[in-house]
Design a protein around this ligand. Structure first.
Ligand SMILES: Cc1ncc(COP(=O)(O)O)c(C=O)c1O
Length: 372
């Protein structure tokens, strides 16, 4: 039998738990386009209550959740304030612009995932016939490209105060907001209360096979519903998706601190390997970013070497590698991963030395001169 792979590429790779599979099997269903799926309705009520919002809607993906939210907030020709490292800006195919005529006003993210208030202040357009209308501020929590950074409650409170004085709504891409809540050890509503609307994913670290939720004021959710329909996201017997979604928000959310502990253990282990650059104090949730220091080992060679040892990660930028912990990664897997990284780096150094030796026509005994 092939050895099991320790797959740290993403928490989206998680398979549904047995309890989720059982719940899917037994789910009561109806036609959700008619609003008649009891399990979807239950999930939506549960999501709204957990987020402390009036209403919530199930959508197929986080990308559709963010897109429908932006379209519901903004009119054509509007501008949204968004971070340069935000998933909405980097990975969502420019959807708000292509489909909603909404422009992205991009602000550099701080390394801790924040959008600094002075930069936001400068970016807000004046009320003037020449200017686009600034209609939304988008933040991300936890912040994927900022290494799973968790926005502090103090920052969120100050952002809300700033936005309220300008009547500017805030949308949170909270794909991993339950990780943020676990990291801060607060109910998720303590985070969501600082934003007007939120999107969160059931299908990442929470292990549901599919689904995201959008939550906010009822009239906003009505608009999101219409956009979801227009985008072809109306679903029929979606109770089979909603049933595992409820387990995701309850049982699976409760165990996320285990993934955070494993991420910290991984970062600590990696920090002891020569050839890896990592700030282990920056790991606050389930995402670990590290840099391969200059060596003969390319990113592809490093990842291929790891894969040979049945460990997988992904490249996340020049010399930057990302590993994400989740419920299918145990503490023993972290030990396996640290040993695999150490061995790949060591092999890389040896083979790099060997190719340098060959290239220079040196002998491997280190004395130089033609090989005998
Ligand atoms: C921060 C963030 N937002 C949104 C999404 C989009 O989710 P989906 O893949 O379900 O469209 C992701 C996906 O990885 C994400 O990491």
């Amino acid at each position: 039998m092939a050895p099991r792979t320790v797959d740290l590429r993403s928490d989206t790779l998680t398979h549904p738990t047995q309890a989720m599979r059982d719940a899917m099997f037994k789910a009561r269903v109806g036609d959700d386009v008619y609003g008649e799926d009891p399990t979807v309705n239950e999930l939506q009520e549960m999501a709204a209550e957990m987020m402390g919002k009036e209403a919530a809607l199930l959508v197929p993906t986080g990308t559709m959740g963010n897109l429908t939210a932006i379209l519901a907030h903004c009119e054509r020709g509007a501008e949204i304030l968004v971070g340069d490292e935000a998933h909405i800006y980097v990975y969502e195919a420019g959807g708000a612009s292509a489909l909603g005529g909404v422009a992205y006003h991009v602000i550099p993210n701080s390394p801790n995932g924040e959008l600094p208030l002075p930069a936001l202040q400068r970016a807000v357009r004046p009320i003037d016939q020449h200017a686009a209308r600034t209609q939304l501020c988008c933040i991300e929590n936890t912040h994927n490209r900022c290494g799973g950074a968790v926005l502090s409650l103090q920052y969120l409170a100050s952002l809300k105060k700033w936005a309220d004085t300008r009547s500017l709504p805030i949308h949170m891409d909270g794909a991993r907001v339950f990780n943020a809540a676990a990291s801060l050890d607060v109910p998720v509503s303590e985070i969501a209360k600082h934003v007007t609307t939120i999107q969160f994913c059931l299908s990442k670290g929470l292990a549901a096979p599919i689904g995201s939720m959008v939550a906010g004021p009822r009239d906003f959710i009505d608009k999101v519903h219409r956009w979801r329909k227009m985008l072809g996201g109306g679903m029929r017997q979606a109770g089979v998706i909603a049933a595992p979604g409820m387990i995701a928000m309850t049982d699976m959310a409760k165990r996320l601190h285990e993934d955070h502990r494993n991420a910290k253990l991984l970062a600590e282990g990696l920090s002891e390997i020569e050839g890896i650059v990592i700030d282990k104090t920056c790991v606050h949730s389930n995402i670990v970013l590290f840099v391969l220091s200059p060596s003969d080992l390319s990113e592809d060679e490093f990842l291929a070497g790891l894969q040979q040892q049945h460990v997988r990660m992904i490249q996340f930028g020049p010399r930057m590698i990302r590993a994400v912990t989740h419920w299918q990664i145990s503490q023993a897997d972290i030990d396996i991963t640290i040993a695999a990284v150490a061995s790949v780096i060591k092999q890389g150094r040896t083979s790099g030395l060997m190719s340098a030796i060959k290239h220079l026509g040196l002998t491997s005994n280190g004395y130089g001169g033609p090989a005998r």
